[in-house]
Design a protein around this ligand. Structure first.
Ligand SMILES: Cc1ncc(C[n+]2csc(CCOP(=O)(O)OP(=O)(O)O)c2C)c(N)n1
Ligand code: SF4
Length: 283
């Protein structure tokens, strides 16, 4: 497969310079590298600027409600485990509205990949603080600055036992594309938190701000060491590490339930299934 095979007829409506373009470029490259056809890939999103991404790649796509991409993605993967399921979501969508789904799907460990475009703001609804907005940041809606402590998604995911936790930067598409590829190849729930500048509503966490702090983990970094991973995940104020921060193979939901031993629902023969008993229950 080549990039042209995934060409969508829709053009992005993001602002010029938006960090979402870098995520789109990186994801397209990663998808081509995994050598699947558009029919084998499902992109799921909720609502937001980030959630528009599936419109710009030609493959199967499902737009859920705000914060509800994960239940849709997980259900689709369970119904058809042959699909490669990827979620593209915003920090508000995934860590705010959809936070509860994130917690419990990390526990469930279905083999899907979640890419969070973390611009530390609500972009689509014009700049309210999100769960990851830095403390003190002044918005039109928080004129005295944000009071609450920000949520640190990388530390949170590692603490919850997520087996693949990475951080990328949308301005470094080559590195991000590699990270996304590794996340898709990982068997289990994988989270890629992406530093994504919103050039309109986040005047603090800009390209310059992220570029001054972001650095790539050394090749010698041991991503299987959980204590080290939690230390790295805690770095934020002056230095922000990029890379696979924590990786550990765990038994997936599909393995635990024996799902791989069955054909996907769409391949199962339903000709001789009698549903009259189930129908009776609804009378
Ligand atoms: C249940 C619900 N609450 C609120 C909204 C309004 N809403 C739409 S997008 C959005 C914020 C999106 O922010 P984020 O997920 O960070 O994505 P971004 O636009 O920054 O990419 C909100 C609050 C909604 N659509 N549904
Ligand atoms: S408002 Fe921000 S997140 Fe939305 S398209 Fe513009 S730059 Fe991107």
């Amino acid at each position: 497969m080549e990039q042209k095979d995934f060409l969508s007829s829709d053009s992005p409506t993001w602002c010029p310079g938006c960090g979402n373009f870098g995520v789109l470029t990186a994801l397209k490259k990663a998808i081509v590298n995994i050598n699947k056809e558009p029919k084998d890939i499902l992109l799921v999103s909720g609502i937001g600027q980030a959630a528009k991404l599936p419109h710009y790649i030609k493959c199967n796509c499902f737009n859920g409600l705000h914060g509800r991409a994960l239940p849709v993605a997980v259900a689709a993967k369970i119904a058809n485990h042959k699909l490669t399921v990827i979620v593209t979501t915003g920090d508000g969508d995934c860590y705010g509205e959809g936070g509860n789904h994130l917690l419990h799907n990390i526990r469930r460990n279905v083999d899907i990949t979640v890419i969070v475009h973390n611009n530390q703001i609500y972009g689509l609804t014009k700049g309210q603080a999100s769960p990851t907005t830095d403390i003190g940041y002044v918005t039109q809606f928080q004129p005295q600055g944000v009071f609450e402590e920000p949520l640190h998604p990388v530390s949170m995911a590692i603490s919850l036992g997520c087996g693949f936790v990475a951080r990328g930067y949308s301005a470094d598409t080559k590195h991000l594309s590699w990270l996304i590829g590794e996340a898709i190849r990982y068997k289990g729930f994988s989270l890629v938190d992406v530093l994504q500048p919103c050039v309109v509503f986040n005047k603090k966490n800009t390209y310059q701000w992220y570029s001054e702090k972001a650095y790539k983990l050394e090749p010698s970094y041991d991503s299987s060491d959980k204590v080290l991973a939690l230390q790295k995940a805690d770095e934020w104020d002056n230095k922000i590490p990029l890379g696979i921060i924590y990786k550990k193979q765990k038994q997936t939901f599909e393995e635990k339930t024996g799902l791989y031993n069955l054909p996907p629902l769409i391949e199962q023969d339903i000709e001789n299934i009698d549903i009259t008993i189930a129908l009776e229950e609804f009378k």
